[in-house]
Design a protein. Structure first.
Length: 146
């Protein structure tokens, strides 16, 4: 049975989906919560530790996990640079620091296998932190796997 026939058979064709959801794929949270600098600092420290742990696992895995190692290196670099200094004291300062970090042409860090892939992971992680900082959402989750 074709998947569109399954949807029709279960009465799910024509259910109302808000236009904003269709446009962006999901409903975006637009209201920013209060900025908690201590929670952000704790989250950055937890992510640095998790990234180092992920690097060790990737190094032990070998050649097949080089991309995972580059991804963990990118996460560690961004979190380390953001945790240094007074970047976490206010949301505007944090976002300005992320903006200046994203404007770099290239990124240099230790233990990188593929520079192009590493730069891509760094920019991706910066975008993730910008989304989190704008909404103040996600900094309470300090679990290893996110």
């Amino acid at each position: 049975m074709h998947h569109s026939m399954w949807w029709r058979g279960h009465g799910l064709v024509g259910f109302a989906v808000p236009a904003e959801s269709r446009r962006y794929g999901i409903m975006a949270k637009t209201v920013a919560g209060p900025w908690d600098a201590t929670a952000v600092q704790a989250w950055l420290a937890a992510r640095m530790a998790a990234a180092r742990s992920d690097q060790v696992v990737a190094e032990r895995t070998g050649y097949t996990a080089q991309d995972d190692c580059d991804k963990a290196n990118a996460e560690e670099m961004v979190c380390t640079l953001m945790a240094a200094g007074t970047a976490v004291t206010a949301r505007a300062t944090f976002l300005a620091r992320l903006q200046s970090l994203s404007e770099r042409d290239d990124y240099i860090w230790r233990g990188v296998y593929n520079d192009t892939r590493f730069d891509r992971h760094v920019r991706s992680y910066i975008r993730k932190l910008v989304r989190m900082a704008k909404t103040s959402d996600g900094f309470g989750n300090i679990a290893h796997y996110q």
